[in-house]
Every structure is written in structure tokens, then in C-alpha cells.
Design a protein around this ligand. Structure first.
Ligand code: NAD
Length: 228
């Protein structure tokens, strides 16, 4: 039976594709307060600002391509039972050919109706006021905002519990509940963290730390695991 490898990614894996991370505070995220653009309250108070913010991010995303880190992860399927969990709202894992990617925080290329939460694909770059579902409900980005439940958390926890090897790439482990996934790696022989910067997590976890950028650290690790 193939050993289970669970890969958990954050904004850092897409940084070298040209999408700025949240913590590294450059570019887009410097221009906005999170409370103004990524909370349910912000959408009730000023939906246009929120929709415009996600339109800018979607436009950026459509110009980006997956990088070698996204592609390398997919090779693990040749030897392991692979699951990918991401905090990212980009679709770069899918565009690199990954199948069954579990998104904890939703997807930038999807919308959902404020009436019944039904999810729709966004065609093109923009979602605007007046874009409605067939029942007439305004569509909002299908992303999980601060203060909202993370619906896929239980599924992710069950995946991590079964992992022999748990690989964490490009996350500050600061956004909860996603960051608490590390606590469920109870059957894991190795927890490997790839990040060019040291990560402080409040949980006392014994990580194998690879202090490298994703495009360097991930292909190296994948080739080690495939040849092991
Ligand atoms: P974060 O911004 O908090 O942390 C990013 C981490 O990536 C940092 O620890 C940084 O050291 C590391 N990093 C930077 N460059 C890297 C590289 N080249 N290779 C590997 N690691 C690198 O991101 P987070 O922990 O994912 O949490 C932020 C939240 O913001 C998430 O919920 C996510 O949904 C959202 N977000 C998503 C995207 C995206 O979809 N691409 C982008 C920005 C923010």
C-alpha cells in the first residue's frame, strides 16, 4: 500500500509565480486594511470596495503561471497516496495538473450567492455589483473571510491524521484555524517545513526545517522522497 503524503501550502508557494504573500507585506496587501476588504462586515458596509479588491487579485492571478514547486509536488503521486491541502485562493495547483486539491479558504475564480451559498464559476476577470445568481441574489467571491467558518477543516484534519509524511510549504502558520492542522499530524513520521524564513508556531512541533524558497526546496525534497 502506498504511504500517505499530505502537502499543506500557503501563500509562499505562489510568491515566485508573482502573487504577493500576506505577511511579507508588499504590493497589494499594503494598500488595504484586512478589515476593509476581507470580512463579512466589510462586504455589508461597502461591497464595491470588496469586489474591486478581489477583481484586482483575480486579474493578477490570471496573468500568473504555476511554478516548479507546484509541478514538483504532483510527481509524488507516482510513489505516494498524495493529498494537497491549500490555504491559497489561487488555482495554481490545479493549473499545474494537480487533482483533488482541498481549498481551505475558497477560490478566487468562484463566486457564491448570498441567498443560498450556491457556488458558480466566474467567467472573466470581474465580479461586480449587480452580478446575480439565477434566483436574484448578489454574488460574492467564494473565499473564506476573517471571522467566517472554514467548511473544509474537518476533511483536512482527517487527511492530516492519516499522513505518514506531512510537508508544509510557504505558510507563516499564523492564520487559524488552518495553522492548527499541524496538531493533527499524530501518525506522522516526518513533518517537513519549507520556508526561506524561520517560522514560529505556538505549538511545540518538531519540524524538519528546510530554509529555502519553494522553487528550490520543493524539487529537492520531492526528488529525495522519490529516490528514497
Ligand atoms: P502568509 O503571507 O502569512 O505567509 C507566507 C509565508 O511564505 C511566510 O512565512 C514567508 O516566509 C513564506 N515565503 C515567502 N516567500 C516564499 C517562497 N518563495 N517560498 C516559500 N515560502 C515563502 O501566508 P499564509 O500562511 O498562507 O496565510 C495568509 C492567508 O492569506 C491565507 O489564508 C491565504 O488564503 C491568504 N493569501 C493567499 C494568497 C494566494 O492565494 N496566493 C496570497 C496571499 C494571501
Amino acid at each position: 500500500m502506498k504511504k500517505k503524503v499530505v502537502v499543506f501550502t500557503g501563500a509562499g508557494i505562489s510568491a515566485e509565480s508573482g502573487l504577493s504573500t500576506f505577511r511579507d507585506s508588499r504590493g497589494l496587501w499594503d494598500m488595504y486594511n484586512i478589515e476593509d476588504v476581507a470580512t463579512p462586515n466589510a462586504f455589508s458596509k461597502n461591497p464595491k470596495i470588496v469586489l474591486d479588491f478581489y477583481n484586482i487579485r483575480r486579474r493578477q492571478l490570471l496573468k500568473c503561471k504555476p511554478n516548479i514547486a507546484h509541478y514538483s509536488i504532483n510527481k509524488l503521486i507516482n510513489k505516494f497516496d498524495l493529498s494537497i491541502i491549500t490555504q491559497n485562493i489561487d488555482d495554481l495547483h490545479e493549473r499545474s495538473g494537480a487533482i483533488d486539491v482541498l481549498h481551505l479558504h475558497g477560490k478566487l475564480i468562484e463566486s457564491k450567492s448570498i441567498i443560498d451559498n450556491k457556488v458558480y464559476q466566474i467567467s472573466g476577470e470581474e465580479l461586480n455589483l449587480g452580478d446575480c445568481c439565477p434566483k436574484g441574489g448578489q454574488l460574492r467571491p467564494n473565499v473564506v473571510w476573517f471571522g467566517e467558518q472554514v467548511p473544509n477543516m474537518e476533511i483536512a484534519i482527517n487527511m492530516v491524521k492519516k499522513a505518514h509524511i506531512f510537508i508544509i510549504i510557504g505558510t507563516s502558520l499564523n492564520v487559524y484555524p488552518a495553522a492548527s492542522l499541524v496538531n493533527y499530524a499524530i501518525n506522522t513520521k516526518r513533518i517537513i517545513l519549507i520556508n526561506p524564513n524561520p517560522v514560529t508556531n505556538e505549538n511545540d512541533i518538531n519540524f524538519e526545517l528546510i530554509l529555502k524558497k519553494a522553487t528550490e526546496g520543493v524539487p529537492e525534497l520531492v526528488s529525495e522522497l522519490l529516490n528514497d
